[in-house]
Write a protein that binds this ligand. Structure first.
Ligand code: PLP
Length: 360
């Protein structure tokens, strides 16, 4: 029992803390294995773009200065890239920060916040912190149950988080499902469409949130430089929305939340088409390899649109997780027999499959 529990805000003590994946060094120390691969946090196995590293290095001598609070150059480059207006963008210390700021800006105690019960773990945390009431919609075949969402809409629904493609399952909602939801939602209800894995999507029926911004002024699209751009350690993500929504979130954004190296790295990574292409090719090849090897092993999985696969082992995921750690492979246990595994570089995927042959 925490002796300050009574002093903390009730909503804070209600939160189940986010437990990040184990870092490589910790596993090396604890399990005495030298060669460790981390397939737990959906990071880019190729590392950051070299152009980004160069741009970041150039900024190191100016670390005595605060960053550009409005991310002037990155904003200009990203707006051009997405073909949207500069005043429709806001940057965060990772898109994680923006997920929180959205709840803080729009949710008052007692307001309902709706999201899938099998989705990104930050949504319930942001909801609790804002004092909102979480309305968790059970998943349907590991995907968002859009009809289930629509049935539970009420005048009290203030915010809806949709994760597309969904973390941890890799499923997606189609254009038709997205449009059905948006037509059913009140224009005053904010819909935060989290597209952290957008760039990996291969299905043509996937709705590109940015293209819907002019049609739905209550829509916020979130993306990140942590995944395909390989800059998870720099901490930078963004949201795009109607300027009036952006203006409200800007009121509570901490000044200088996106660091100078992060802004410079993101701007350079955006232009490194070769790195993005290579990353997508690696992911697509890794996905085909893992699909075929998992099938051979009799391990069930959910087809993915992301850089990770949701699998069902034959035994409890915690047991498999521990056994894999001993073999130098870090995955992300979920619940029961389910786990999420990041698609790695080919050597990492092979190491995973070799380890799974002895434990599943
Ligand atoms: C669905 C989803 N949204 C948001 C994030 C946050 O990413 P970041 O804060 O690194 O931009 C993640 C990270 O794993 C994610 O999986």
């Amino acid at each position: 029992m925490n002796k300050f529990a009574d002093s903390a805000r009730k909503s804070v003590m209600h939160i189940t803390p986010y437990i990040p994946g184990k870092p490589i060094e910790e596993v090396q120390r604890e399990y005495g294995v030298r060669d460790v691969v981390k397939l737990a946090s959906n990071e880019n196995p190729l590392g950051p773009s070299r152009l980004a590293v160069k741009a970041i290095s150039k900024k190191l001598g100016a670390l005595n200065l605060y960053p550009e609070s409005g991310a002037f150059y990155l904003r200009r480059a990203l707006a051009k890239h997405l073909k949207i207006k500069e005043n429709t963008l806001i940057f965060g210390n990772g898109s994680n920060e923006l997920l929180h700021l959205i709840a803080e800006a729009f949710v008052s105690p007692g307001d309902e916040v709706m999201f899938s019960a099998l989705s990104f773990v930050v949504y319930p945390i942001a909801t609790d912190l804002a004092g909102g009431t979480a309305i968790q919609i059970p998943h349907k075949n590991f995907s968002h149950d859009i009809d289930g969402f629509i049935k539970r809409l009420s005048p009290g629904t203030k915010l809806i988080y949709i994760c597309n493609p969904n973390n941890p399952t890799g499923t997606f909602i189609s254009k038709e499902e997205f449009e059905k939801l948006m037509s059913a939602v009140s224009p005053k209800t904010i819909v935060a469409l989290d597209e952290a894995y957008f760039e990996y999507v291969q299905d043509k029926n996937f709705p590109d949130g940015i293209k819907y911004l002019s049609k739905y002024p209550n829509l916020i699209v979130l993306r990140t430089f942590s995944k395909v751009y390989g800059l998870a350690g720099a901490r930078i993500g963004y949201a795009a929305a109607d300027p009036d929504i952006i203006e409200i979130i800007e009121r509570i954004r901490a000044p200088f939340n996106a660091s100078t190296p992060a802004q410079a790295g993101a701007e350079a990574a955006l232009k490194d088409g070769a790195h993005i292409k290579k990353t997508l090719k690696t992911n697509s090849e890794g996905k085909s390899y893992l699909y075929s090897e998992l099938k051979k092993l009799g391990i069930e999985f959910v087809p993915t649109q992301g850089n990770f696969i949701f699998v069902k082992f034959m035994s409890n995921c915690k047991v498999v997780f521990e056994e894999l750690l001993k073999k130098g492979v870090i995955i992300r246990p979920q619940f029961d027999n389910y786990a999420r595994i990041t698609i790695g570089a080919m050597a990492e995927n092979r190491k995973l499959i070799k380890a799974l042959k002895t434990v599943k």
